[in-house]
Design a protein around this ligand. Structure first.
Ligand code: SAM
Length: 243
């Protein structure tokens, strides 16, 4: 019996929940995740009530709440939510989809989402839901792989790695979708957000080996500012209008 894409994603992340942090919270992974987390945190108000969509094992929730505030994480994978509970005992986590958020209107000051947007079958629903649960004046900031020359081959790579049964925490064919600046801007604008800013981050890829990774880390700030066409994560933030 064939399963739907969201079921496949959920089953995959349930299966890798115990090893996910070996990839994202060790050596290169920690550098990479800290880098994108800082980029996103610069766009968010500090110390407020935050919802993190697709929170995974709570890596961003942990970093965000280090300097105060309160965070709630939501994820479709029970396994990832279990790990998040272990990592951040004082934060709240719940199983659910970003396309149908189980919280009331106007209940958060900020919404974040890291490395999730490309998985969404219905990105419009996720942004509409984020808008609904944000209070007026609330801020959203997301980071996801962007559509560009460098990422064009990724779906094929993931397809091959799945066929070859490669054990990797993200390399699987989930029909991921990538967006460029204009597409992202339009999605955010159509959801009702204002003051939209689109930027690019990340040049040192988590799967690069040393010394390539260290070299890429060194030139990363230059790449992001001067030649963003070589950075591969697209970061977008916006504001729900005050009234
Ligand atoms: C690459 S991981 C990123 C996890 C975390 N944000 C991080 O930065 O480490 C992708 C996560 O998105 C979750 N996910 C995928 N589709 C989702 C959806 N529609 N709603 C909520 N979570 C989703 C997966 O279960 C997984 O935990």
């Amino acid at each position: 019996m064939s399963i739907t894409v969201p079921e496949k994603i959920r089953e995959h992340y349930d299966a890798v929940a115990d090893t996910y942090d070996d990839h994202y919270d060790q050596v290169h992974g920690r550098c990479y995740h800290t880098h994108i987390s800082r980029y996103i945190m610069k766009s968010l108000p500090a110390g407020v009530h935050l919802l993190d969509i697709g929170c995974g094992t709570g890596l961003f929730v942990e970093k965000y709440t280090e300097s105060g505030g309160h965070a709630v994480g939501i994820d479709i994978s029970r396994g990832m939510i279990g790990r998040a509970h272990l990592r951040c005992g004082t934060s709240e986590f719940t199983i659910g989809t970003g396309e149908r958020i189980p919280f009331r209107d106007n209940s958060f000051d900020a919404v974040s989402s890291l490395l999730v947007f490309s998985y969404l079958g219905d990105p419009v629903a996720m942004l509409d839901e984020a808008y609904r649960v944000l209070r007026p004046g609330g801020i959203i900031a997301i980071c996801t792989l962007g559509k560009k020359l460098l990422t064009r081959g990724i779906p094929i790579l993931y397809h091959i790695s799945e066929k070859m049964k490669v054990r990797h925490v993200v390399m699987k064919n989930f029909g991921e979708r990538y967006y460029d600046e204009n597409e992202m801007y339009d999605l955010f604008e159509n959801a009702g957000f204002t003051e939209i800013r689109v930027g690019w981050c990340s040049f040192a890829h988590i799967d690069m080996i040393d010394p390539l990774f260290s070299l890429a880390r060194r030139v990363e700030p230059f790449v992001e500012q001067r030649i963003p066409q070589f950075a591969y994560n697209i970061c977008v933030n916006g504001k729900k209008p005050e009234k």
